[in-house]
Write a protein that binds this ligand. Structure first.
Ligand SMILES: [Zn+2]
Ligand SMILES: [Zn+2]
Length: 132
């Protein structure tokens, strides 16, 4: 079966017997591919996908909202959005035998220290992280 199709790159009509064919020639297939790669790169620059990190405290994965390669100094202060533990605190306590408890206390202290944190919110953290 022969069908007339329009090339997706140049718009010229061509006759083919394959209904899946979208280009008049191989070179336009390649040019369209290159063009889409450029668009894809531009899209990635506008909407970058940042690295994902599994929190060492609550083991939940979240996207880090900045570029770690460009701002490595920010990473230590990054807080897990689930348990609010920051990487600095986790790192400080990671080698101690009861690190989970120590990080938990440090996070609680920090949260109580920040005005506006209520005890009910703190209690919520306790229930989602029942310890070891
Ligand atoms: Zn073409
Ligand atoms: Zn966490």
């Amino acid at each position: 079966m022969r069908v007339t199709k329009k090339c997706a790159y140049c718009g010229i009509e061509f006759i083919t017997n394959k209904s899946t064919k979208r280009f008049c020639c191989r070179s336009h297939f390649k040019k369209d591919y290159d063009r889409r790669q450029v668009l894809k790169k531009r899209e990635e620059r506008l909407h970058p996908h940042y690295a994902k990190k599994t929190c060492e405290f609550c083991r939940r994965e979240s996207e880090i909202p900045f570029d770690i390669v460009k701002h490595p100094e920010k990473f230590n202060n990054w807080q897990c959005p689930y348990c609010w533990a920051d990487m600095n605190t986790i790192f400080q306590h990671r080698n101690s035998p009861n690190s989970h408890e120590q990080v938990f206390c440090a996070v609680l202290e920090m949260r109580i220290g920040n005005s506006g944190t209520t005890l009910t919110q703190v209690f919520h953290v306790t229930t989602t992280n029942p310890g070891q």
